[in-house]
Design a protein around this ligand. Structure first.
Ligand code: FE2
Length: 253
């Protein structure tokens, strides 16, 4: 199988992995032969890419580092939290820890972390699942660095909510993943500080997770924002998330 952009798939191709909707419902089962109508419907649902059977790739299978169910649960949790924040409500840090713990468990039980970086893209409402990808990728780096469970949790909760400050900037567009190019203009530059303030109010979360939100757009050479921190002034967690956030944005259609 291989992953293809929705713009390039054609009628007659066979879906290799089930396509999910944002509420965990199956949109199209694995094995379905695509028709023009299916493709149009998937585009309407903003599915950006899907896995297609391809003879050239033989029976190469792409395992998930974290199963679809866990990713969907985490993505939907992020979505709920973001929507609650917009309404001025809080969120349950205990649930965030439970979800991150199950992701950590799956990461630690995976034997081939480095060759299985392909993740869930066959999904509508990708916005919230970007945060999950960043958390998973950051967790992989954390494992590589020999992090303890506590450090993994601090890093990955910070990763999951790195853009939570955008909920204070109101509209739906503001919650979309950031562009990787340059410094944003206007209010968008405030989202790291706003995210820091939201997360630090949660006494059950580590202040270091809040600093991930605060520092994830800082750059090692001091060209980032909002404070133009450089080198050792940037916390290691934020350095990791700066990389994984950019990686996921670069590899998203
Ligand atoms: Fe951001």
């Amino acid at each position: 199988m291989r992953i293809m952009s929705i713009e390039n798939v054609k009628p007659g191709m066979t879906v290799a992995k089930t396509v999910f909707g944002a509420s965990c419902q199956n949109l199209l089962n694995a094995g379905t032969v695509l028709s023009e109508e299916y493709i149009t419907r998937l585009k309407d649902l903003e599915v950006s890419s899907l896995y297609i059977l391809d003879d050239n790739f033989g029976d190469i299978d792409i395992d998930d580092i974290v199963c679809d169910q866990t990713r969907l649960e985490a993505g939907n949790f992020v979505k709920d939290v973001m929507e609650h924040m917009k309404l001025g409500k809080g969120f349950d840090p205990g649930q965030a820890k439970r979800i991150i713990n199950s992701v950590i468990e799956e990461l630690l039980s995976s034997k081939e972390l480095l060759v299985k970086l392909v993740d869930i893209r066959s999904i509508s409402d990708y916005t919230y699942f970007h945060s999950v990808n960043v958390a998973v990728l950051s967790g992989i780096i954390g494992i590589g660095l020999g992090y303890s469970h506590l450090r993994m949790q601090e890093l990955m909760i910070g990763s999951l909510f790195h853009d939570i400050g955008k909920t204070m900037l109101c509209d739906q567009v503001s919650c979309e993943p950031s562009s990787i190019e340059g410094e944003p203009s206007g209010d968008m530059k405030k989202h790291p500080l706003l995210g820091f303030e939201i997360l630090k109010r949660n006494k059950n979360l580590s202040i270091l997770s809040a600093h991930v939100a605060f520092q994830h757009h800082e750059r090692y050479d001091g060209t980032g924002y909002p404070r133009k921190l450089a080198g050792p002034e940037i916390h290691e967690y934020a350095k990791i998330v700066a990389i994984t956030n950019t990686y996921d944005l670069l590899t998203t259609d």
